[in-house]
Design a protein around this ligand. Structure first.
Ligand code: CA
Length: 224
């Protein structure tokens, strides 16, 4: 799951960025509206975290533009304390939820997960296929109820494939979901990652496997 955070307070950004990455999210950070618009034009995001008071304008203007062109992107608005009007306007403009500053990071993460669980956004909390189960909240992968140790990015890959199980997931969609703009992506990074996950699944005797569809992407399916 890839998130865009639009926020201009450096301390808060560092805190949020770290916590979100630990939570298994891929995070891009934009510090003003112009940069946010650039990112939104080229990357696919699963959720937008939007501060309202930004150096080059009001975050609501960005939200208005998104909704005007029919975007269903879940949006969590960050507002200053006591700015009740901001909240009302934010929800009227099409925000899905809001959080009042200062907030606790665990609450932010909980709100994000709740938004990603809503219909039209993402599906349930626990994903499964065959004897493979992924708890998207605890980020725990298990096969036949036995935990399989995986890195944050390995779990993220598996989540993307499990959410689209039985369908070929295009390689560029996976790359977008797994690596932020800041990440330095080697030319065979995806192959190496898939290889590692495949081996862990095999070692754990999973009844699912990742097929390579040459020139297109990857497919997670049950072993026949
Ligand atoms: Ca601000």
């Amino acid at each position: 799951m890839r998130l865009l955070v639009v926020e201009d307070e450096p301390d808060l950004l560092v805190l949020m960025g770290r916590a979100l990455e630990r939570g298994g999210f891929v995070v891009d950070i934009a510090s003003d509206l112009a940069q946010a618009a650039e990112f939104l034009a080229v990357a696919h995001y699963d959720l937008l975290i939007l501060d309202l008071n930004l150096p080059d304008g009001d975050g609501l203007s960005l939200l208005r533009q998104l909704r005007a062109r029919g975007s269903q992107l879940p949006v969590l608005v960050l507002t200053a304390r006591d700015a009740v009007e901001d909240r009302v306007t934010g929800l009227d403009t099409g925000a899905d939820d809001y959080l009042v500053k200062p907030f606790h990071i665990p609450e932010l993460i909980a709100r994000i997960r709740a938004l990603l669980r809503r219909p039209d956004a993402a599906l349930g909390i626990t994903l499964s296929l065959g004897n493979l189960v992924l708890d998207t909240t605890s980020r725990q992968v298990s096969v036949n109820a036995a935990a399989v140790a995986m890195s944050v990015r390995e779990v993220a890959l598996l989540e993307l494939l499990m959410r689209r199980q039985g369908a070929v997931v295009p390689r560029d969609l996976l790359e977008q979901g797994l690596y932020s703009f800041e990440a330095e992506l080697g030319s065979n990074a995806m192959e190496v990652l898939v290889h590692r996950v495949r081996r862990k699944l095999t070692d754990a005797a999973a009844t699912t496997c990742i097929h390579t569809v040459r020139g297109v992407g990857y497919l997670l399916a049950e072993v026949a």
